[in-house]
Design a protein around this ligand. Structure first.
Ligand code: MOS
Length: 746
């Protein structure tokens, strides 16, 4: 640990509030759907997507006379008149397989099959209601559970192979003295960011401008250019703030090019906002997973064999693999290990990344199995994790760049009071409530990609930093200001930040928890270049007290350039730029993962402890408190960072108790496609969240020492709650969400 600490730079001075916070709470921050410039607002037209009402078949005809004559209707795009595009194969993460009215085929119920454009949203919806579709239906398969036997290997498993085996599994099971073997199920879940997907498109001649609620402006730009056959340079995507994405805005979906062609066809700026109901299908979701897990251990708790075979639903349109077998591969050491992931094709929308894809359901299921194994071994569940602690990455047989999970277990268990737990279910009661304690391990890979940034020293001691990244509500603006300021030793309050515009230097998708880990090193590089330029400016400036010095003698701190050898010799950045005629000095920077990346594995870690109270009669579960400690490298901002971890845990509560999409078994539509019926937690559902981080820099991962923080919070939390419910009730529920009916009938 000390070695890690010594290499670490001084942490950047933090902003004490969210950079864009005041703009957001005063209504000045503009989300994609809220722009009314630079086009004329009265010119703006509204597009409404019409969705299929059958799960499989073809559109034979559309009776549209009434709709064409309806007040305000400007254009109707259907499979029979839409311009021919160049959809091409899906290219995750930039985009998934789309429905762009290029043919009349229907693959799922809810698929976009027409777009009505009108002067107002209400007129567009009224026009849409007048369209009469005639379908030729085909037999559809919408039930995944009834067709598990049809599971096949995925055609495109994503970044991980769909099968992985090491050691002699059967031999390891046969010498195990304790074995647990069960099936664990996670449901289909849908992203519900507060801000729905929204696009405004307008053309200036051949040039396309887009305001789009996205996690990936350069991905949308690239995908639109390809799909619409326009030069890349002709597309501009702007998106200064995002009201949550969680993966569903990580790829471009059909409504974006549909909005662009609606604008082209009508010659107007067009706004297309998905309704909440339209977000259950056309913009992805997390597939359901059925996980057969078998664990074998010796009497002293050493894992000998671990096996997980997962089957999930995939759309007939495109495979997406939710790697819920991931944690079984590398969370603990074991002599033998075998995992597989297979898919069953169904007539549902394409699945996609959803907060901590793989690790969220993966820890939710494996960490129940570990709790069951601990019970069988009569071992403390945390002790079982410690006995099987992976000091190196067992799936790749290589070191971790940094791992301090032991300290997470120690800190969180002490704050929680884990030693007071009784191993006997139902031992602790309060009035009519059964009280239970549970714990689980959290983990999520640390990712980073190539990124670029630009910085400028401005007059008045102020600075500018820009990068074509996104802020999903996570704190990107805030930490960009901090990093730029740290580079020149100025106050982060003096930094102006720009992001969310494809004209800025390129940055990766804000997915996989990688934005800060990718963009901050680029800003660091840019400020290093800027410092050199400013020093050279001072050196060549006869009016500077630093005139004639050598570049390497000059450092920047507290808003000044200083002679390292004679700290009383300084030139303030304000004076320097003033003598430069007020002209800003600019530098660009870039950063990418080092070549040594493949020699090690970088993950974040955490230990999560939960206390629940279960009513003996109603079987309602109240999560009273969650205590967690994470090892995420350097914590960049106390408020925005801990806020993300708390948000993740909140979603863990939701995963454990609330969320599930119900599919109509005949029609294949999500039945509960609204926030009234698709349950997400509200404040009253969340007890006390007590979150800390170790704040130990991971300098082998990147020069900031910081791993991503956006996704790990959801991992482990659901299992900690499930295990607490068992500790309270003695009922082992292996199917999420753990609703009162399941506890009652178990
Ligand atoms: Mo995240 S699910 O990679 O946006």
């Amino acid at each position: 640990m000390m070695q890690d600490m010594e290499a670490a730079p001084k942490p950047a001075k933090q902003l004490d509030h969210r950079y864009e916070g005041i703009a957001k709470v005063t209504g000045k921050a503009k989300y994609a759907a809220e722009f009314s410039e630079p086009f004329s607002r009265s010119d703006l037209a509204y597009a409404y997507i019409v969705q299929s009402t059958i799960p499989s078949g073809t559109v034979v005809s559309i009776e549209r006379t009434a709709a064409d004559r309806a007040p305000g209707v400007i254009a109707i795009l259907t499979p029979f008149n839409a311009p021919k595009l160049n959809p091409g194969p899906p290219q995750p993460p930039a985009r998934r397989n789309l429905s762009l009215l290029q043919d009349a085929d229907v693959y799922y119920n809810g698929q976009p099959v027409a777009v009505v454009v009108a002067r107002s949203l209400n007129e567009a919806k009224a026009g849409a209601a007048m369209l009469k579709f005639k379908y030729s239906p085909k037999a559809a398969q919408v039930s995944f559970m009834q067709n598990l036997g049809e599971a096949r290997w995925p055609k495109n498993p994503g970044k991980e192979p769909a099968g992985n085996h090491r050691g002699d599994l059967q031999a390891a099971f046969s010498k195990s003295s304790a074995i647990v073997e069960n099936t664990y199920i996670t449901p289909i879940q849908h992203h519900n960011p507060m801000e729905p997907h929204a696009t405004i498109a307008w053309w200036e001649g051949e040039k396309l401008n887009i305001y789009d609620a996205t996690q990936y402006i350069s991905g949308v730009r690239m995908s639109l250019a390809k799909t619409l056959n326009v030069p890349f340079d002709y597309v501009r995507v702007v998106n200064p703030v995002v009201g949550g994405g969680f993966g569903s805005k990580g790829s471009m979906w059909s409504h974006v090019p549909l909005c662009a062609i609606a604008a082209k066809v009508t010659g107007k700026p067009v706004k297309l906002v998905l309704e909440r109901e339209q977000m259950f299908g056309p913009v992805g979701g997390r597939p359901s997973t059925v996980n057969k897990i078998k664990l074998g251990a010796s009497a002293d708790g050493k894992l000998l064999a671990m096996q997980q075979d997962v089957v999930m639903n995939a759309s007939v349109m495109e495979d997406f693999v939710e790697h819920s077998e991931g944690p079984t591969k590398n969370l603990y050491t074991s002599e033998a290990n075998s995992v597989t992931a297979k898919v069953v094709e169904v007539n549902l929308g394409v699945s996609t990344f959803m907060r901590a894809p793989g690790e969220a359901p993966g820890t939710a299921v494996l960490e129940i199995a570990m709790d069951e194994l601990a019970e069988k071994l009569k071992m403390d569940p945390m002790q079982l994790r410690l006995v099987n602690y992976a000091d190196k990455d067992p799936s790749h047989d290589r070191p971790w760049s940094s791992k301090h999970l032991r300290e997470c277990y120690t800190q969180a268990s002490e704050r929680f009071g884990w030693s007071k737990r009784s191993a006997t279910p139902g031992a602790k009661t309060e009035g009519n409530a059964l009280i239970g304690y549970g714990m689980a391990t959290a983990t999520y890979p640390a990712n980073r990609s190539a990124a670029q940034a630009v910085v400028r020293m401005l007059s008045g001691g102020r600075m500018f930093v820009g990068s074509g990244t996104q802020d999903l509500g996570t704190g990107t603006y805030t930490i960009m200001a901090q990093q730029a300021a740290a580079g020149l030793g100025i106050d982060p309050k003096l930094v102006e930040v720009k992001l969310g515009d494809s004209r800025l230097p390129k940055a990766p998708v804000s997915g996989g928890s990688q934005s800060s880990a990718s963009v901050l090193p680029a800003i660091q590089d840019a400020t290093t270049q800027l410092k050199l330029k400013l020093a050279d400016l001072a050196i060549s400036d006869a009016g500077s007290p630093l005139h004639g010095l050598r570049t390497l003698d000059i450092e920047a701190k507290d808003g000044k350039l200083t002679n390292k050898n004679n700290p009383s010799q300084t030139d303030s950045l304000t004076d320097l730029i003033a003598r430069n005629g007020g002209k800003p000095v600019e530098a660009t920077g870039s950063a990418e993962p080092s070549e040594s990346r493949d020699a090690m594995t970088s993950n974040s870690w955490g230990a999560v402890f939960a206390e629940v109270a279960v009513d003996r009669d109603t079987h309602m579960v109240k999560v009273r408190r969650v205590v967690a400690t994470y090892d995420i490298g350097t914590l960049l901002n106390d408020k925005t960072g801990l806020n993300q971890l708390m948000g993740g845990i909140t979603w863990g509560v939701s995963f454990a108790l609330h969320e599930e999409a119900h599919i109509d078994p005949v029609y294949g539509r999500v039945v509960n496609e609204s926030l009234a019926e698709y349950h997400v937690p509200v404040n009253a559902d969340i007890g006390r969240l007590d979150v800390t981080v170790l704040n130990i820099p991971d300098m082998k991962f990147n020069p900031i020492g910081s791993r991503g923080i956006g996704e790990i919070g959801i991992t482990g939390a659901a299992a900690a709650i499930a295990n607490a419910i068992y500790n309270a009730t003695g009922k082992r529920i292996r199917e999420y969400p753990i609703t009162p009916d399941k506890i009652m009938t178990a």
